[in-house]
Design a protein around this ligand. Structure first.
Ligand SMILES: Cc1cc2nc3c(=O)[nH]c(=O)nc-3n(C[C@H](O)[C@H](O)[C@H](O)COP(=O)(O)OP(=O)(O)OC[C@H]3O[C@@H](n4cnc5c(N)ncnc54)[C@H](O)[C@@H]3O)c2cc1C
Ligand code: SF4
Length: 485
């Protein structure tokens, strides 16, 4: 039944049902269920239809949230889907994994007035999952084909969004990825309990049905140089993400069973996808029966602790040098981790690793006092003298963040300009790098960020590439024309 809007005064905020921690500790299925139609209509009707919708302003895609909430409340779901998918290439994925508390929902007006936010992410997920179920999601086949082609290096959310946009305009689109599956960190980084893999797979299939050509197990730098791709395509997009794990230079770091987070998560995701993973099967990179210590306080650390719980670890501790209020990870994920049995050791930092027979047995840590705030406004961690202690550990996972790889060296292209952090430098008006016709988007430009920002960048860069390609076509300098001369 169609619902009137502004119901937040009568109707409580409600999330879809969350599975009990005791049940979800044992599998990698998503932990939140789906609204049914009446639940989605009821929750959508809480929206206050603000004149200036702060939710929309703070969504990186500027999704037309109040409009699709109203359509959902009125039971006009197919129109809600059309509107939601008009501004996002992966709406059901953002609905699942955006840190909504820092984006749309955190800025919802009724949240600010203490009524509790509209559950925007869950409704976005409902609208778009329903669209998939009812067959409304169709490949965007171009109205006409163009003679030019683009090469996209990287099949993560940034590369996927750009591929869909450019293909819809009629370009021949080739995506090159060094992994054997498309999806980037959505496939091999983010665990299934946040994002089940079929959700990514059906999007990849949609792009293939649209005519996007995928080249998997193809590493630029190994199987081709950047110059090769520039010669083959009229424009190239670098959307390679950031993969160099930040390390911890502490005594004992060379001991066995101290591993980087992404290696651990990739192996777990591969195992979940049904691949044969010897390091998992042998127990070497499997937390089962182990005392696990994860170092770090971001979302990657949260994914590691919760994966270890599901693998049947004996104990799982998260060591973080600041306190709960200052951690970068989403508070919702911290809460979920605690429910599942993770122990947080706040204001503690590792000093060294202890070991026996070449394998780690413990993490020597010291306690931290949070001093005065620095220029960024965050309190500075200070070691408390004489506060050292040891945490028992059979497996230590380092989740300290990521930096870009050395792309100019990897791509054999010294002319590719990068910042002092190694991110690709682009002209922010055109998103083009220092090389003509080579664009960049996503984490490789921003540094480690979010899926929703990679999508935004992928959409923006597709527009800039389109303008560039139109000019090139007018000038008669397409790759095909040059090759024919
Ligand atoms: C563990 C973890 C959990 C996360 N959780 C969340 C979350 O809950 N919500 C959220 O919004 N964000 C999350 N993020 C961040 C998010 O995944 C990234 O910001 C996003 O995936 C970046 O997209 P991208 O397209 O720029 O790069 P990526 O997703 O990293 O994709 C880059 C692709 O490029 C390929 N590639 C790299 N180099 C080459 C090469 N030389 N040749 C060919 N291919 C290459 C890679 O194989 C990869 O497929 C998480 C990140 C991690 C690590
Ligand atoms: S894309 Fe993310 S920030 Fe935007 S409406 Fe959806 S959940 Fe909110």
């Amino acid at each position: 039944m169609a619902q009137k809007m502004l119901q937040f005064v009568r109707t409580e905020k409600r999330m879809p049902d969350k599975r009990e921690a005791a049940a979800r500790r044992h599998d990698f299925d998503e932990i939140y269920g789906e609204f049914d139609q009446s639940g989605a209509e009821e929750q959508s009707s809480r929206c206050s239809q603000c004149g200036v919708p702060f939710c929309q302003v703070h969504c990186p895609l500027h999704n037309n949230i109040p409009d699709w909430l109203k359509l959902t409340a009125e039971g006009r779901l197919e129109e809600a889907y059309e509107m939601s998918s008009a501004t996002s290439n992966l709406p059901e994925i953002c609905g699942r994994i955006c840190p909504q508390d820092r984006l749309c929902e955190g800025n919802c007006t009724i949240e600010q007035s203490t009524h509790g936010t509209v559950t925007i992410g869950s409704i976005e997920k409902y609208i778009n999952d329903t669209a998939w179920d009812r067959g409304w999601v169709k490949p965007r086949i171009p109205a006409r084909e163009r003679a030019q082609s683009v090469g996209i290096i990287g099949g993560g959310p940034g590369g996927m969004a750009a591929a869909e946009q450019l293909r819809a305009k009629g370009y021949e689109v080739h995506v090159y990825d060094r992994y054997d599956r498309i999806g980037g960190l959505m496939m091999y980084g983010i665990p299934g309990f946040k994002l089940e893999k079929y959700v990514v797979d059906r999007r990849v299939k949609l792009l293939a049905d649209q005519g996007v050509i995928f080249h998997t197990n193809f590493e630029v730098g190994r199987d081709a140089t950047l110059a090769d791709l520039r010669a083959k395509h009229d424009a190239v997009l670098i959307a390679t993400g950031v993969y160099k794990a930040r390390d911890l230079d502490a005594p004992g770091s060379e001991l066995g069973n101290i591993i980087p987070a992404l290696k651990y998560l990739t192996i777990s995701n591969r195992q979940g996808l049904g691949d044969t993973v010897p390091d998992y099967d042998s127990g070497a990179l499997n937390a089962s029966g182990k005392n696990v210590v994860v170092i770090g306080g971001g979302d990657t650390a949260m994914d590691c602790v919760r994966t270890a719980i599901r693998q049947g670890a004996k104990s799982v501790k998260c060591l973080y040098r600041r306190n709960r209020a200052n951690m970068p990870g989403s508070q919702r994920e911290v809460h979920n981790a605690e429910e599942e049995g993770v122990e947080f050791v706040w204001q503690s930092a590792p000093e060294a690793f202890e070991g026996k027979d070449g394998v780690v047995t413990g993490v020597r840590a010291h306690r931290i006092h949070l001093g005065v705030a620095d220029a960024s406004g965050r309190q500075t961690p200070q070691v408390i003298d004489g506060s050292g202690y040891v945490l028992e550990a059979d497996l230590v996972i380092k989740a300290l963040g990521f930096d870009p790889e050395d792309l100019p060296a990897l791509f054999g292209e010294a002319g590719l300009k990068v910042s002092r952090w190694g991110t690709v430098t682009v002209n922010f008006r055109t998103m083009m790098s220092s090389l003509d016709g080579v664009f960049a988007a996503g984490d490789i430009v921003r540094g480690a960020s979010l899926v929703v920002w990679a999508i935004r960048d992928g959409r923006d860069v597709a527009e800039h590439m389109h303008s560039y390609l139109l000019q090139k076509a007018e000038a008669g300098t397409t790759a095909a024309a040059v090759a024919a001369e």
